[in-house]
Design a protein around this ligand. Structure first.
Ligand code: PNS
Length: 164
């Protein structure tokens, strides 16, 4: 892949997990600049605000230099176009992801045929991992330190503890 590519990694990242971070690190080795773009989605009630998620992602990726963290509203392809990005990165964990991801890639292609989606296969050890799984464990007081960065595990504990 030519190194001068600008790419967007869009998502909810509520919160970012080691699975996302693996995709980010591997993408950053392939592109010139990657923007991790948090969708401001009015149809979802997130656990963490967009500002909190941006801060979490920024802290977890401070060792990566060709990376920006941002938020966006509206269509991903429009945001990508504004950023001069030609590539959307998405991770694929299992066949179950594939149908939805392929539909999204096809939809995005009809909206802007100049923007390509590139899928990266999630590393084996993260194939079960999602933000929802992390929240489901944390909600019942389970350990999530092996799934998310330490600060996020702590934030989950305080946000989801029974007193709150
Ligand atoms: O982390 P997620 O929730 O799986 O990310 C989904 C996301 C943000 C990539 C997707 O919902 C999206 O691109 N939303 C923006 C609206 C859009 O562009 N829709 C057209 C493609 S289906």
């Amino acid at each position: 892949m030519p190194k001068n590519l600008i790419a967007i990694y869009p998502g909810s990242f509520d919160p970012i997990t080691f699975g996302h971070l693996d995709i980010i690190e591997r993408s950053c080795q392939m592109v010139e600049m990657l923007t991790v773009a948090v969708l401001k989605n009015p149809n979802k009630t997130p656990l963490f605000t967009v500002q909190e998620r941006i801060a979490q992602i920024t802290a977890a990726t401070k060792h990566i230099h060709n990376l920006k963290v941002d938020s966006f509203t509206g269509l991903t392809v429009e945001y990508a176009q504004q950023q001069g990005a030609k590539i959307l990165i998405r991770g694929l964990r299992a066949v179950s992801d594939f149908e939805m991801e392929l539909q999204m890639a096809h939809t995005n292609k009809t909206l802007n045929h100049t923007i390509e989606t590139i899928f990266l296969a999630t590393s084996n050890e993260h194939s079960f991992l999602s933000s929802s799984v992390v929240k489901a464990i944390a909600e019942f007081g389970g350990q999530v330190d092996h799934l998310v960065p330490a600060e996020i595990a702590e934030a989950l504990r305080s946000r989801l503890s029974p007193q709150n």
